[in-house]
Design a protein around this ligand. Structure first.
Ligand SMILES: CC(C)(COP(=O)(O)OP(=O)(O)OC[C@H]1O[C@@H](n2cnc3c(N)ncnc32)[C@H](O)[C@@H]1OP(=O)(O)O)[C@@H](O)C(=O)NCCC(=O)NCCS
Length: 144
């Protein structure tokens, strides 16, 4: 069963079959500040093992976000983007809203994410700065 929401002429859907991997890979690898150089194979595997949220305009992929989750306790929101020509129309907000209202994630105890500058966008959907960053640790892989 797939989850979708419409936003004007746009559709947001979690159906992996709809995602144009070339658009997602192309934007992440060439334009993002966090996934430069990510391979197409990695993008394919990451989508297969996440809940992908695609933004579609007449079937064409124009935005994306990905939820890495166990669908019970935890979800990591990442790889969020809207193609430049489609920005400013509320799609970024619609994507974050779709992420936190996804029917499979209503029991999740923690949604987390990392952002360089979009704190205000996520803050509108309940995300806060970590109050105890000393309780969190990170182990970087060789590619991060
Ligand atoms: C961030 C992004 C997805 C927003 O998409 P969008 O469709 O233009 O967003 P919306 O039209 O829903 O508007 C976002 C709102 O959040 C605000 N905002 C706060 N920080 C922002 C930021 N860093 N970038 C964009 N908007 C931001 C905007 O001002 C806007 O406020 P408004 O509703 O009062 O006008 C888009 O700008 C993008 O793809 N940026 C490059 C990739 C990126 O930075 N992704 C997020 C990584 S954490």
């Amino acid at each position: 069963v797939t989850f979708s929401k419409s936003h004007g002429e746009y559709l947001i859907s979690d159906d992996p079959a709809l995602v144009d991997v070339d658009v997602v890979h192309g934007w992440l690898t060439d334009a993002s500040y966090w996934a430069r150089g990510r391979t197409r194979e990695t993008v394919v595997r990451s989508i297969a093992n996440s809940i992908p949220l695609g933004v579609y305009h007449r079937g064409v992929t124009v935005g994306f976000a990905r939820l890495v989750t166990d669908r019970s306790t935890f979800a990591w929101l990442c790889d969020v983007f809207v193609l430049e020509e489609h920005r400013g129309a509320g799609l970024g907000k619609a994507l974050v809203d779709a992420a936190v209202t996804h029917p499979d994630l209503q029991e999740v105890e923690r949604f987390v994410l990392a952002t360089a500058d979009a704190h205000d966008l996520y803050g509108r959907y309940g995300f806060e700065i970590l109050d105890r960053p000393d309780r969190w640790m990170i182990r970087r892989g060789s590619t991060a």
